[in-house]
Design a protein around this ligand. Structure first.
Ligand code: HEM
Length: 131
């Protein structure tokens, strides 16, 4: 079972999944959005290229149950009602799809961690502004 420790793992996991499933991701209006979006865009932005019924936020950090990417991969929720389960055309692609959902949901519920190698080496360098 895959574990996603950072955004690079998420990107690699999604790419591996579509390659294994053999789906035509370049035919999707959103394309391979995890490969084109940076961490901040992926965790705070909307699915690119899909305006109908949207905008559709990709995810809610810390809340996989309310994240569109999880819901649509499971085939539940508003986005799946509108566009059907992803990825097209014949989901789910099991067991890879349920493995992906489990790993991705765990990463989202953990607050979308994305430690850099610097963070791992150094102390946390967060400055808090004191009033
Ligand atoms: C909030 C999340 C998502 C939304 C709103 C969304 C929306 C859409 C829409 C509107 C289409 C076009 C449907 C049509 O032509 O009738 C589409 C196609 C597609 N999407 Fe998504 N999608 C999402 C997530 C994903 C994810 C996570 C994957 C893959 C892991 C994926 C893979 C695909 C594929 C393979 C197609 C079809 C490409 C083809 O027709 O050849 N989508 N999506």
């Amino acid at each position: 079972m895959a574990t996603f420790n950072n955004y690079a793992d998420v990107q690699a996991g999604l790419t591996a999944f579509v390659n294994t499933a053999g789906v035509n991701i370049t035919g999707a209006p959103h394309g391979e959005f995890w490969a084109t979006l940076d961490y901040t865009e992926f965790t705070t932005g909307d699915i690119p290229g899909v305006t109908i019924g949207g905008p559709w936020p990709i995810l809610v950090c810390g809340d996989s149950a309310n994240s569109n990417i999880i819901q649509i991969l499971k085939g539940i929720g508003a986005a799946a009602e509108k566009f059907r389960q992803m990825p097209r055309p014949r989901p789910p692609y099991d067991p890879e799809q349920s493995d992906l959902i489990t790993a991705l949901a765990a990463w989202i519920d953990a607050g979308c961690p994305n430690p850099t190698s610097e963070d791992a080496d150094e102390n946390e360098g967060e400055d808090e502004e004191n009033g």
